[in-house]
Design a protein around this ligand. Structure first.
Ligand code: C2E
Ligand code: CA
Ligand code: CA
Length: 658
């Protein structure tokens, strides 16, 4: 307030100084002019009374004229114009008479003032002579009936004489000015204060908006970043760790679509509220966007504290939410990064918490700590991605193995699943689980899928030419389902290799469909319209709802091998397998059981009317050139097994290699 008062006084003072200067100079100019007029009248009278034009022309006075002039001047100048000194000068500048004898000599140097006067213009100005300010006038002298200026009178006097009257008036004006300005300041000050207060509030509101999320009121990304920077500097000073958790809701898009956006917003608010209620005062919860939250946990001694925090959040969100009498269950994936172990600056730490969060999501975990392994940007991964890129251009590093599929009803080998292998020059045989995720993260999955399709369709054609009629199943990755040109590319490859669409099956996973279900559905419809078979892979591990499944253009469900593997020991898994088979049949779909490793499992599946099997019980995946031999060996054995009997439908006995 005091500062504001002082600051607001400054312009008022400046205004005051400016006004007084302007007024003073205006008054002085006025005073000078009017004083000049008096001087002009006086000198005019003086010379006209006593002198003739000739006196000016010659610059010489008769002694009588000089004496008369002195007398007249005494009378006129003395009482009227104090201390006025007058000199008479010819047009050429020669001084020929002065009020004081010591001034009566020499030549007036040429000057604009002098020229003005010669040109019949009175010149009045202040000048400083010998350290004192004087008022000086150059007065043109004319005689009646003669328009020419015959010479000039140079008159000087102390400036105070000229401005005496001014000073008196100035004092009065200053007083009015001061009173006026103080009054102005006093009336403007409260107004300005009010405006300032409103502006400050506005600025504060804007700052709050710029730093907070409007929906939840939580700090937004900007403020979060500030707080993280601060927390990290404090951490560096104290030597403690700081934890950073990134929390992302699983399948929020579905929930949002199902509930409607208003309720979705409501849910986000409730979640925000729950998160805030569960943290310590020192912790900081922020909403980074959509369904993504971040929590800064400062001053932790080690990662086990963060395990507790992550578990607490998981528990907390597991409690159902009530929105308008609807119970909503949410799940979240949490990525955890620890300062300074997982990053020494805010950006790296955030990046790593993000990577950890995706690792949790991909692995179906509640939370995951950052590790260089799941970081596609870690040096090891970057190097491997570079090698994979090279392998894609290389003809013999990436090869397809084929895993037979057998129809349980007929016992026939109906197709093979193409499984990619990386024949790495130094690392040896690399399995897909070790490089497919990397391909997905590094954007190489697109060329990889196209390569797998190209190799598999070329092989399918070769088998066909050898009289082996096999459908090949190729795996698609979630990312492939976001490539709008996929159907065109697949159609082009089918044409290139002369393979009918019915001989290609594409396997997609449930989780692959979930990131953008609507788009994936459109893409699958286009693929299906080409006549391609579609299979839903790893079924049972995802979350497909029945209604969703009903509308998908798939022909086949592949029960995930984890259920098949455990079905003999685990009653629940056996139940799941049975229900999936029934469900699929009710929807008019075929069922493949993958991962069949034992005869026991095969029998069980046959009893449940499973349609197709795949697994090590038949064979491990084989290189292309071993398939023909394997199929004929299989067929031979099958015909022996079924000798004397028809290869009865649904009779597992017709399957060889028992
Ligand atoms: P998937 O699609 O579920 O493929 C089946 C996997 O299970 C294969 O592993 C296969 O070797 C294995 N398997 C089959 N029968 C049995 C069995 O009886 N017991 C056991 N323990 N395992 C069995 P693989 O070849 O290592 O492939 C792993 C995953 O990599 C595949 O799982 C698939 O998701 C992915 N993958 C493989 N090739 C490709 C490809 O060309 N493109 C894409 N996008 N993904 C691929
Ligand atoms: Ca598969
Ligand atoms: Ca599978």
């Amino acid at each position: 307030m005091a500062t504001f008062g002082v600051i607001s006084l400054v312009p008022i003072l400046l205004l005051g100084v400016f006004l007084t200067r302007t007024v003073r100079s205006a008054l002085e100019t006025g005073a000078l002019a009017s004083y000049g007029n008096s001087v002009q009248l006086m000198t005019g009278g003086m010379t006209n009374l006593v002198l003739t034009p000739e006196a000016f022309a010659t610059g010489a006075l008769t002694p009588e004229s000089a004496a008369l002039l002195a007398k007249v001047t005494q009378q006129l100048v003395g009482p009227k114009l104090e201390r006025l000194e007058v000199r008479l000068v010819t047009r050429e500048g020669k001084v020929f008479w002065a009020t004081k004898p010591e001034l009566n000599a020499g030549v007036v140097p040429p000057s604009p003032a002098f020229t003005d006067a010669i040109n019949d213009k009175l010149d009045a100005r202040f000048a400083v002579v010998g350290g004192t300010r004087i008022a000086r006038f150059y007065i043109p002298i004319k005689f009646a009936g003669n328009p020419q200026v015959v010479g000039i009178a140079e008159a000087s006097t102390s400036d105070t004489v000229a401005t005496q009257a001014v000073n008196g008036r100035l004092r009065a004006i200053y007083l009015v000015l001061v009173i006026g300005l103080v009054g102005l300041w006093m009336s403007l000050f409260p107004i300005a204060m009010g405006v300032a207060r409103v502006l400050r509030r506005q600025v504060e509101e804007n700052e709050h908006l710029a730093m907070h999320d409007t929906l939840t009121g939580l700090p937004n990304r900007n403020l979060f970043k500030d707080r993280l920077d601060q927390a990290l500097s404090r951490s560096t000073r104290s030597g403690h760790h700081t934890g950073l958790l990134f929390l992302d809701l699983d399948r929020f898009k579905e929930v949002n679509d199902a509930l409607g956006h208003r309720q979705g917003d409501e849910l986000i608010k409730l979640i925000a509220h729950r998160l805030v209620s569960a943290v310590r005062d020192a912790d900081s919860v922020a909403r980074l966007g959509g369904d993504e939250f971040a929590i800064i946990v400062p001053d932790v001694s080690n990662s086990s504290t963060l395990v507790v925090v992550a578990e607490r959040f998981t528990e907390l969100l597991r409690e159902p939410f009530e929105i308008n009498d609807i119970t909503v269950n949410v799940e979240a994936s949490i990525g955890v990064a620890l300062y300074p172990d997982h990053g020494e600056d805010a950006d790296t730490l955030m990046q790593h918490a993000d990577i950890a969060m995706y690792a949790a999501k991909d692995g179906g975990l509640d939370y995951a700590f950052y590790s260089a392994e799941n970081d596609s940007n870690s040096p090891v991964k970057l190097a491997l991605a570079g090698e994979l890129r090279r392998a894609l251009d290389n003809d013999n590093e990436l090869v397809m193995y084929y895993h037979p599929l057998v129809d349980l009803h007929t016992g026939d080998v109906t197709g093979v699943e193409a499984l990619i292998r990386w024949n790495h020059p130094t690392r040896g045989f690399v399995y897909p689980d070790d490089f497919i995720p990397l391909a997905e993260q590094s954007g190489l999955i697109r060329p990889l899928t196209l390569k797998a399709l190209d190799l598999s369709l070329a092989q399918c054609r070769r088998w066909h030419d050898q009289g082996l009629d096999l459908r090949v199943a190729v795996n698609l990755s979630a990312r492939n389902l976001r490539e709008p040109d996929l159907p065109d590319r697949v159609a082009a490859l089918l044409r290139r290799h002369g393979v009918p669409a019915s001989h290609l099956e594409l396997e997609v996973t449930e989780s692959g469909l979930l990131s953008d279900p609507d788009y994936a559905n459109t893409l699958l419809c286009q693929l299906s319209a080409l006549g391609i078979h579609l299979a839903l892979d790893d079924f049972g591990t995802g979350y497909s709802s029945l209604s969703y499944l009903k509308n998908l253009p798939v022909n086949q469900l592949k029960i995930d091998r984890s259920f098949v593997n455990n079905m003999s020991e685990d009653a629940t898994d056996a139940m799941i397998v049975r229900s999936v088979i029934d469900l699929a049949h009710n929807l008019g779909l075929n069922v493949t059981a993958e991962g069949v490793e034992t005869l026991n499992q095969l029998d069980h599946l046959a009893n449940l009317s499973c349609d197709t099997i795949q697994g090590y019980h038949l064979t491990k995946p084989l290189p292309a050139d071993e398939i023909a031999a394997w199929v004929s060996g299989y067929n031979e054995q099958a015909s022996q097994n079924t000798e004397g009997r028809s290869r009865s439908v649904r009779n597992p006995v017709s399957i060889p290699f028992q």
